[in-house]
Design a protein around this ligand. Structure first.
Ligand code: GTP
Ligand code: MG
Length: 275
Protein backbone atom coordinates (compact mmCIF):
# COMPACT_ATOMS: atom_id res chain seq x y z
CA UNK A 1 0.00 0.00 0.00
CA UNK A 2 1.41 3.42 -0.97
CA UNK A 3 2.61 5.43 1.96
CA UNK A 4 0.64 8.59 1.28
CA UNK A 5 0.28 11.51 3.67
CA UNK A 6 -3.09 10.04 4.60
CA UNK A 7 -1.68 6.74 5.82
CA UNK A 8 -1.41 7.93 9.42
CA UNK A 9 -5.16 7.30 9.82
CA UNK A 10 -4.34 3.60 10.04
CA UNK A 11 -3.01 4.30 13.51
CA UNK A 12 -6.60 4.76 14.63
CA UNK A 13 -7.30 1.10 13.84
CA UNK A 14 -6.69 -0.63 17.14
CA UNK A 15 -6.00 -4.34 17.59
CA UNK A 16 -8.82 -6.32 19.18
CA UNK A 17 -7.32 -9.68 20.14
CA UNK A 18 -9.33 -12.19 22.14
CA UNK A 19 -7.59 -13.49 25.26
CA UNK A 20 -5.49 -16.60 24.60
CA UNK A 21 -6.24 -19.87 26.33
CA UNK A 22 -10.00 -19.29 26.53
CA UNK A 23 -12.84 -20.98 24.68
CA UNK A 24 -14.69 -18.71 22.27
CA UNK A 25 -18.45 -18.91 21.91
CA UNK A 26 -20.02 -16.94 19.11
CA UNK A 27 -23.81 -16.59 19.36
CA UNK A 28 -25.83 -15.31 16.44
CA UNK A 29 -29.45 -14.25 16.83
CA UNK A 30 -32.05 -13.31 14.23
CA UNK A 31 -32.74 -9.59 14.27
CA UNK A 32 -36.45 -8.87 14.85
CA UNK A 33 -37.45 -12.41 13.96
CA UNK A 34 -40.76 -11.88 15.67
CA UNK A 35 -41.62 -9.76 12.66
CA UNK A 36 -39.68 -11.87 10.13
CA UNK A 37 -41.49 -15.06 11.24
CA UNK A 38 -44.90 -13.33 11.00
CA UNK A 39 -44.20 -11.85 7.58
CA UNK A 40 -43.11 -15.23 6.22
CA UNK A 41 -45.87 -17.28 7.78
CA UNK A 42 -43.80 -19.44 10.13
CA UNK A 43 -46.01 -22.03 11.80
CA UNK A 44 -46.57 -21.67 15.53
CA UNK A 45 -45.19 -22.59 17.96
CA UNK A 46 -42.42 -24.22 15.87
CA UNK A 47 -41.74 -24.11 12.16
CA UNK A 48 -39.74 -27.18 11.19
CA UNK A 49 -38.71 -25.64 7.85
CA UNK A 50 -37.29 -22.56 9.55
CA UNK A 51 -35.39 -24.63 12.10
CA UNK A 52 -33.95 -26.91 9.41
CA UNK A 53 -32.86 -23.86 7.44
CA UNK A 54 -31.03 -22.56 10.53
CA UNK A 55 -29.36 -25.99 10.90
CA UNK A 56 -28.29 -25.94 7.26
CA UNK A 57 -26.71 -22.50 7.54
CA UNK A 58 -24.92 -23.57 10.74
CA UNK A 59 -23.70 -26.74 9.05
CA UNK A 60 -22.20 -24.63 6.25
CA UNK A 61 -20.46 -22.42 8.82
CA UNK A 62 -18.94 -25.52 10.45
CA UNK A 63 -17.78 -26.77 7.08
CA UNK A 64 -16.08 -23.46 6.39
CA UNK A 65 -14.58 -22.94 9.86
CA UNK A 66 -12.82 -26.09 11.00
CA UNK A 67 -12.03 -24.73 14.46
CA UNK A 68 -15.71 -24.86 15.40
CA UNK A 69 -16.08 -28.02 17.44
CA UNK A 70 -19.73 -27.76 18.46
CA UNK A 71 -22.81 -25.73 17.57
CA UNK A 72 -26.18 -25.45 19.25
CA UNK A 73 -29.31 -23.90 17.76
CA UNK A 74 -32.84 -23.10 18.84
CA UNK A 75 -35.47 -20.69 17.55
CA UNK A 76 -33.65 -17.87 15.70
CA UNK A 77 -30.26 -18.34 17.37
CA UNK A 78 -27.12 -20.44 16.95
CA UNK A 79 -24.07 -20.73 19.22
CA UNK A 80 -20.70 -21.85 17.89
CA UNK A 81 -17.91 -23.12 20.12
CA UNK A 82 -14.38 -22.56 18.82
CA UNK A 83 -11.63 -24.66 20.30
CA UNK A 84 -9.67 -23.08 23.09
CA UNK A 85 -6.40 -22.90 21.16
CA UNK A 86 -7.86 -21.60 17.92
CA UNK A 87 -5.71 -19.15 16.06
CA UNK A 88 -8.43 -18.25 13.56
CA UNK A 89 -7.67 -14.79 12.12
CA UNK A 90 -5.07 -14.42 14.89
CA UNK A 91 -8.01 -14.33 17.32
CA UNK A 92 -9.08 -10.91 16.06
CA UNK A 93 -12.52 -10.34 17.55
CA UNK A 94 -14.13 -8.22 14.82
CA UNK A 95 -12.77 -10.37 12.01
CA UNK A 96 -14.10 -13.62 13.53
CA UNK A 97 -17.45 -12.16 14.54
CA UNK A 98 -18.19 -10.39 11.29
CA UNK A 99 -17.15 -13.21 8.98
CA UNK A 100 -19.10 -15.84 10.93
CA UNK A 101 -22.18 -13.63 11.13
CA UNK A 102 -22.18 -12.63 7.50
CA UNK A 103 -21.43 -16.14 6.26
CA UNK A 104 -24.27 -17.58 8.36
CA UNK A 105 -26.63 -14.90 7.09
CA UNK A 106 -25.78 -15.40 3.45
CA UNK A 107 -26.14 -19.19 3.81
CA UNK A 108 -29.56 -18.64 5.40
CA UNK A 109 -30.63 -16.57 2.39
CA UNK A 110 -28.88 -18.90 -0.08
CA UNK A 111 -30.81 -21.96 1.12
CA UNK A 112 -34.14 -20.22 1.78
CA UNK A 113 -35.94 -21.54 -1.32
CA UNK A 114 -35.04 -25.15 -0.48
CA UNK A 115 -37.02 -24.92 2.74
CA UNK A 116 -39.64 -22.37 1.67
CA UNK A 117 -40.21 -23.21 -2.00
CA UNK A 118 -43.59 -21.47 -2.04
CA UNK A 119 -42.68 -18.37 -0.01
CA UNK A 120 -40.54 -15.70 -1.57
CA UNK A 121 -38.40 -13.70 0.80
CA UNK A 122 -40.16 -10.41 1.42
CA UNK A 123 -37.15 -8.60 2.80
CA UNK A 124 -33.55 -9.50 3.74
CA UNK A 125 -33.08 -10.95 7.23
CA UNK A 126 -30.13 -10.04 9.43
CA UNK A 127 -28.48 -11.56 12.48
CA UNK A 128 -26.67 -9.92 15.35
CA UNK A 129 -23.66 -11.59 16.92
CA UNK A 130 -21.46 -11.59 19.98
CA UNK A 131 -18.38 -13.46 21.12
CA UNK A 132 -17.99 -14.38 24.76
CA UNK A 133 -14.84 -15.92 26.22
CA UNK A 134 -15.08 -18.79 28.68
CA UNK A 135 -12.07 -19.69 30.80
CA UNK A 136 -12.75 -23.37 31.50
CA UNK A 137 -14.67 -26.51 30.60
CA UNK A 138 -17.23 -26.02 33.36
CA UNK A 139 -18.33 -22.62 32.12
CA UNK A 140 -18.57 -23.89 28.53
CA UNK A 141 -20.77 -26.77 29.65
CA UNK A 142 -22.87 -24.44 31.78
CA UNK A 143 -23.29 -22.11 28.80
CA UNK A 144 -24.69 -24.90 26.63
CA UNK A 145 -26.85 -26.17 29.53
CA UNK A 146 -28.24 -22.64 29.83
CA UNK A 147 -29.17 -22.51 26.15
CA UNK A 148 -30.74 -26.00 26.18
CA UNK A 149 -32.70 -25.30 29.36
CA UNK A 150 -33.94 -22.14 27.64
CA UNK A 151 -35.07 -24.22 24.65
CA UNK A 152 -37.13 -26.47 26.89
CA UNK A 153 -38.66 -23.62 28.91
CA UNK A 154 -39.63 -21.64 25.79
CA UNK A 155 -40.93 -24.65 23.94
CA UNK A 156 -43.13 -25.81 26.80
CA UNK A 157 -44.52 -22.33 27.26
CA UNK A 158 -45.12 -21.80 23.52
CA UNK A 159 -46.66 -25.25 23.04
CA UNK A 160 -49.12 -24.69 25.91
CA UNK A 161 -49.78 -21.10 24.80
CA UNK A 162 -50.65 -21.97 21.20
CA UNK A 163 -52.72 -25.00 22.26
CA UNK A 164 -54.80 -22.67 24.46
CA UNK A 165 -55.21 -20.21 21.57
CA UNK A 166 -55.60 -22.49 18.56
CA UNK A 167 -57.43 -25.45 20.10
CA UNK A 168 -58.79 -23.88 23.25
CA UNK A 169 -60.22 -20.76 21.57
CA UNK A 170 -58.62 -18.38 24.09
CA UNK A 171 -57.38 -14.93 23.14
CA UNK A 172 -53.64 -14.39 23.42
CA UNK A 173 -54.07 -12.33 26.60
CA UNK A 174 -56.27 -15.02 28.14
CA UNK A 175 -53.68 -17.66 27.28
CA UNK A 176 -50.89 -15.57 28.86
CA UNK A 177 -53.06 -15.11 31.95
CA UNK A 178 -53.77 -18.85 32.19
CA UNK A 179 -50.06 -19.68 32.08
CA UNK A 180 -48.89 -16.91 34.40
CA UNK A 181 -47.21 -18.40 37.47
CA UNK A 182 -47.50 -22.01 36.31
CA UNK A 183 -44.55 -24.36 36.78
CA UNK A 184 -43.44 -26.90 34.20
CA UNK A 185 -45.55 -29.78 35.56
CA UNK A 186 -48.69 -27.61 35.49
CA UNK A 187 -48.15 -26.70 31.83
CA UNK A 188 -47.69 -30.36 30.97
CA UNK A 189 -50.89 -31.13 32.88
CA UNK A 190 -52.84 -28.48 30.93
CA UNK A 191 -51.55 -29.94 27.66
CA UNK A 192 -52.51 -33.47 28.67
CA UNK A 193 -55.83 -32.84 30.40
CA UNK A 194 -57.26 -30.23 28.03
CA UNK A 195 -55.69 -31.11 24.69
CA UNK A 196 -54.61 -34.73 25.05
CA UNK A 197 -51.03 -33.73 24.18
CA UNK A 198 -48.34 -35.76 25.91
CA UNK A 199 -45.32 -33.46 26.11
CA UNK A 200 -43.00 -36.48 25.97
CA UNK A 201 -44.28 -37.23 22.47
CA UNK A 202 -43.27 -33.84 21.10
CA UNK A 203 -40.36 -33.88 18.64
CA UNK A 204 -36.93 -33.81 20.34
CA UNK A 205 -35.98 -31.12 17.79
CA UNK A 206 -38.36 -28.75 19.56
CA UNK A 207 -37.58 -29.86 23.11
CA UNK A 208 -33.79 -30.17 22.84
CA UNK A 209 -32.77 -27.87 19.98
CA UNK A 210 -30.14 -28.82 17.39
CA UNK A 211 -26.68 -30.03 18.36
CA UNK A 212 -24.09 -30.07 15.58
CA UNK A 213 -21.02 -32.21 16.13
CA UNK A 214 -18.24 -33.57 13.99
CA UNK A 215 -17.93 -37.33 13.75
CA UNK A 216 -15.31 -39.38 11.90
CA UNK A 217 -16.53 -40.54 8.51
CA UNK A 218 -16.05 -44.18 9.57
CA UNK A 219 -18.00 -43.87 12.80
CA UNK A 220 -21.40 -45.51 13.04
CA UNK A 221 -24.37 -43.20 12.62
CA UNK A 222 -25.76 -41.96 15.91
CA UNK A 223 -29.17 -40.78 14.77
CA UNK A 224 -31.48 -41.09 11.83
CA UNK A 225 -30.73 -37.46 10.97
CA UNK A 226 -27.42 -38.34 9.32
CA UNK A 227 -28.69 -37.56 5.84
CA UNK A 228 -28.07 -33.92 6.71
CA UNK A 229 -24.37 -34.72 7.36
CA UNK A 230 -21.57 -33.25 5.33
CA UNK A 231 -17.97 -34.21 4.90
CA UNK A 232 -15.52 -31.84 6.52
CA UNK A 233 -11.91 -32.00 7.65
CA UNK A 234 -11.31 -32.95 11.26
CA UNK A 235 -9.34 -30.84 13.68
CA UNK A 236 -7.05 -33.28 15.40
CA UNK A 237 -6.76 -32.10 18.99
CA UNK A 238 -3.64 -34.06 19.95
CA UNK A 239 -0.76 -35.93 18.33
CA UNK A 240 -1.61 -39.10 16.45
CA UNK A 241 0.21 -41.45 14.09
CA UNK A 242 0.12 -40.47 10.41
CA UNK A 243 -1.99 -43.53 9.66
CA UNK A 244 -4.50 -42.62 12.31
CA UNK A 245 -4.50 -39.00 11.19
CA UNK A 246 -5.31 -40.12 7.66
CA UNK A 247 -8.10 -42.37 8.89
CA UNK A 248 -9.54 -39.56 10.91
CA UNK A 249 -8.82 -36.88 8.37
CA UNK A 250 -12.39 -36.75 7.12
CA UNK A 251 -15.46 -36.24 9.18
CA UNK A 252 -19.04 -35.32 8.63
CA UNK A 253 -21.12 -32.95 10.70
CA UNK A 254 -24.12 -34.51 12.33
CA UNK A 255 -27.30 -32.87 13.60
CA UNK A 256 -28.52 -34.37 16.87
CA UNK A 257 -31.42 -33.45 19.11
CA UNK A 258 -30.01 -34.93 22.29
CA UNK A 259 -29.42 -33.93 25.88
CA UNK A 260 -26.25 -31.87 26.40
CA UNK A 261 -26.87 -30.99 30.04
CA UNK A 262 -25.89 -34.40 31.49
CA UNK A 263 -22.40 -35.95 31.35
CA UNK A 264 -23.08 -38.60 28.73
CA UNK A 265 -22.83 -36.36 25.66
CA UNK A 266 -19.52 -34.85 26.78
CA UNK A 267 -17.95 -38.09 27.99
CA UNK A 268 -18.59 -39.67 24.59
CA UNK A 269 -16.96 -36.67 22.85
CA UNK A 270 -14.01 -35.62 24.98
CA UNK A 271 -12.38 -34.03 21.89
CA UNK A 272 -14.85 -31.13 22.07
CA UNK A 273 -13.24 -29.66 25.17
CA UNK A 274 -9.77 -31.12 24.55
CA UNK A 275 -8.32 -27.93 23.26
P1 GTP B 1 -34.26 -9.43 18.66
O1 GTP B 1 -33.52 -10.74 18.65
O2 GTP B 1 -34.05 -8.68 19.93
O3 GTP B 1 -33.97 -8.60 17.45
O4 GTP B 1 -35.85 -9.75 18.61
P2 GTP B 1 -36.61 -11.01 18.01
O5 GTP B 1 -37.93 -10.51 17.50
O6 GTP B 1 -35.76 -11.78 17.06
O7 GTP B 1 -36.93 -11.88 19.30
P3 GTP B 1 -36.14 -13.09 19.96
O8 GTP B 1 -34.81 -13.30 19.33
O9 GTP B 1 -36.16 -12.91 21.44
O10 GTP B 1 -37.07 -14.33 19.68
C1 GTP B 1 -37.16 -14.95 18.45
C2 GTP B 1 -38.54 -14.79 17.87
O11 GTP B 1 -38.56 -15.38 16.57
C3 GTP B 1 -39.64 -15.52 18.64
O12 GTP B 1 -40.15 -14.75 19.66
C4 GTP B 1 -40.65 -15.80 17.56
O13 GTP B 1 -41.50 -14.68 17.39
C5 GTP B 1 -39.81 -15.95 16.31
N1 GTP B 1 -39.59 -17.39 15.97
C6 GTP B 1 -38.47 -18.08 16.07
N2 GTP B 1 -38.65 -19.38 15.67
C7 GTP B 1 -39.94 -19.47 15.32
C8 GTP B 1 -40.77 -20.54 14.83
O14 GTP B 1 -40.32 -21.68 14.62
N3 GTP B 1 -42.08 -20.27 14.57
C9 GTP B 1 -42.58 -19.02 14.77
N4 GTP B 1 -43.89 -18.81 14.51
N5 GTP B 1 -41.86 -17.98 15.24
C10 GTP B 1 -40.55 -18.21 15.50
MG1 MG C 1 -33.93 -12.62 17.61
Amino acid sequence: MANSKYAYVRNYELPDPLLPGCFLICRLDGHSFHRFSEEHGFTKPNDERALKLMDHAAMDVMTEYKDIVLAFGESDEFSFLLRRSTNLYNRRQAKILTTLTSYFTSCYVFHWSKYFPDTSMRYPPSFDGRIVLYPDERSVRDYFSWRQADTHINNLYNTAFWALVKQGGKTTSEAHATLRGTVSAMKQEILFQQFNINYNDISPRYKKGSVLVRVPQEAPEITSEHSAGQTVALQIPFERSTEEKKKRARTRTEVLHCDIIGDEFWMARSFILAG
